[in-house]
Design a protein around this ligand. Structure first.
Ligand SMILES: C[S@@+](CC[C@H](N)C(=O)[O-])C[C@H]1O[C@@H](n2cnc3c(N)ncnc32)[C@H](O)[C@@H]1O
Length: 508
């Protein structure tokens, strides 16, 4: 039997599973050095640990926590872990790891006990939370360490139904796990978790954010700047964060935001920020903002004086109405007399409309019957922002202008494809000065850095754009006039100081 004393790559001893099985289980094992780093987040001195490790895999996290505790000067007296796992291969490994944990504790005179629950954490906990007569007793804990499974939860799936019955709205297994853990922890208990950053913003996770933040006080959030480094051995492309939260109904006064490149041993930058900068008190979306890098932090400071909203400007932002695979019969490769221009991201270059793009992969036109004019918008001036950028791209927010003068056909309507968001005035176009000002503002590097502090993924959704602060209409129009003087959008090096000169208010 393998009884490693150090964080040997236990997880890598597991038989390698086919990718599809791993995806189904939401299974990504934590590499031991990362597990050690995660375990180092615990803060509270405890004499008698009662830990839950839900989705324990091979037990790497629990083992790392014990390694940390035995290395402390003041060691605990006892350590009990309850570990949930459903995968038989992982369970075999988990049991071996727990033997190693017991040996390590015995060597350091810490009383050790463990309970392996070879069952579904969600099903079991939801049943325990249910006050029904024959439900299993609800067991509580004073610490949780977790790398939960990640997988979208489809509506109507057993886990989704169980969570809904327990009053939890979850869109992903990991948020379901966190919501349940928050209910199993005793007052002041710490939860340390490595999870995707996706719950921090976006409408799908709003019910989860509200629920979690009402029960848990976030104390530290660690961001990995590289998307892949933390799970270098696994095909994880999610941006992950480590969080430490305490069971408490009051928000914390401050939160530590730390970041590192992603390799263990890299230098860590850290700053303590007031809670109101992490979750703004008047933010209806309750975004969890993580100004981790210096440029993001500087962007938050630069935009501090800009407090207007999109609604103040009388503007709305929506996702393009044409979902091409649902409108296949209406797509036309080339412009036709009875068809309307259809605009994809490929129809914009350096902020300007270039249509049609003949011979490419994307359609150029949409021929819709009278019954489907809901897919169209009136030809007018709009600002569009691409919804998807690739990881390699320097900027997340890429804004362009729909200038009707650049459409070489006479038409009253056009289609905007779903990979674009577009800014409009109640479905109509913007006046050109406002549009140019908005175009320049959205393409400002500072806005891009600001955006990154609340959005960790490469997707730019309309909700995210609505959450940006906007300067007053007069400022944007003045900026728009200055920008529209030239034939095309200035280079980034010219644009940035120009926008700053209009939008940054300097306090004396
Ligand atoms: C992301 S892996 C992490 C494993 C381990 N905690 C680690 O850090 O290496 C999540 C684990 O949860 C397990 N799992 C998936 N669904 C589960 C469920 N409903 N109940 C308990 N475990 C589950 C998977 O088999 C997988 O081993």
């Amino acid at each position: 039997m393998v009884t490693p004393d150090f964080a040997e790559p236990l997880a890598t001893l597991a038989p390698s599973k086919p990718e599809v099985e791993k995806r189904e289980l939401g299974q990504f094992f934590t590499p031991p050095p990362l597990a050690d780093f995660i375990a180092s987040f615990f803060h509270r001195p405890i004499q008698h640990w009662r830990v839950i490790d839900a989705g324990a895999g091979g037990g790497t996290l629990t083992f790392a926590l014990i390694r940390r505790l035995v290395a402390q000067e003041l060691r605990p007296l006892s350590f009990h872990v309850t570990a949930y796992e459903v995968d038989p291969d992982a369970l075999a490994l988990l049991r071996r790891t727990l033997v190693a944990c017991a040996e390590l504790c015995a060597r350091h005179r810490i009383e050790f006990s463990s309970e392996v629950r070879a069952e579904d954490f969600i099903a079991h906990t939801c049943a325990a939370l249910d006050q029904a007569l024959f439900a299993p007793a609800l067991r509580t804990f004073n610490a949780a360490i977790v790398n939960p499974p990640y997988r979208k939860l489809s509506v109507g799936s057993p886990a989704h139904r169980q969570l809904t019955a327990a009053g939890i709205e979850a869109t992903n297994l990991y948020s379901g796990f966190l919501a349940l853990l928050a209910r199993l922890l005793e007052a002041d208990a710490e939860l340390v978790a490595i999870v995707p950053r996706s719950f921090c913003n976006g409408p799908y996770f709003l019910p989860f954010r509200r629920d979690f933040l009402a029960r848990m006080a976030l104390r530290r959030l660690h961001v990995f700047e590289s998307r892949t480094a933390a799970f270098a051995t696994e095909a994880v492309l999610q941006e992950n964060i480590i969080l430490r939260a305490e069971r408490a109904t009051q928000p914390p006064a401050t939160v530590e935001i730390s970041s590192s490149r992603g390799d263990i041993g890299d230098s860590i930058r850290s700053r303590l920020l007031p809670w109101s900068e992490i979750v703004q008190p008047d933010d209806p979306q309750a975004f969890i903002r993580l100004p981790a890098s210096d440029s993001e932090h500087a962007a938050v400071a630069s935009l501090a004086g800009i407090t207007g909203t999109l609604a103040d400007l009388g503007l709305k932002v929506s996702t393009g109405k044409v979902v091409d695979f649902r409108a296949r019969e209406h797509l036309r490769a080339d412009p036709e007399p009875a068809a309307h221009p259809l605009l994809y991201p490929c129809h914009f270059e350096a902020g300007a409309l270039v249509w049609p793009k003949l011979g490419g992969k994307k359609a150029n036109a949409l021929a819709v019957p009278a019954s489907r004019t809901d897919l169209l918008v009136p030809v007018a001036t709009y600002v569009v922002v691409r919804r998807f950028s690739s990881k390699e791209e320097r900027k997340r927010i890429v804004a362009s202008l729909i200038d009707p003068a650049r459409l070489p056909v006479a038409t009253a309507w056009l289609g905007i494809e779903n990979h674009l968001n577009y800014f409009h005035v109640a479905g109509q176009g913007l006046d050109p000065d406002l549009a140019h000002g908005l175009l320049a503002y959205l393409n400002w590097s500072v806005v891009d850095d600001y955006f990154r502090h609340f959005n960790g993924h490469t997707q730019v959704n309309a909700t995210d754009l609505r959450s940006l602060p906007f300067p007053p209409s007069a400022t944007l129009r003045a900026l728009g006039k200055a920008v529209a003087c030239g034939p095309s959008l200035p280079s980034q090096a010219e644009l940035d100081p120009l926008v700053a000169s209009y939008c940054v208010t300097h306090t004396p």
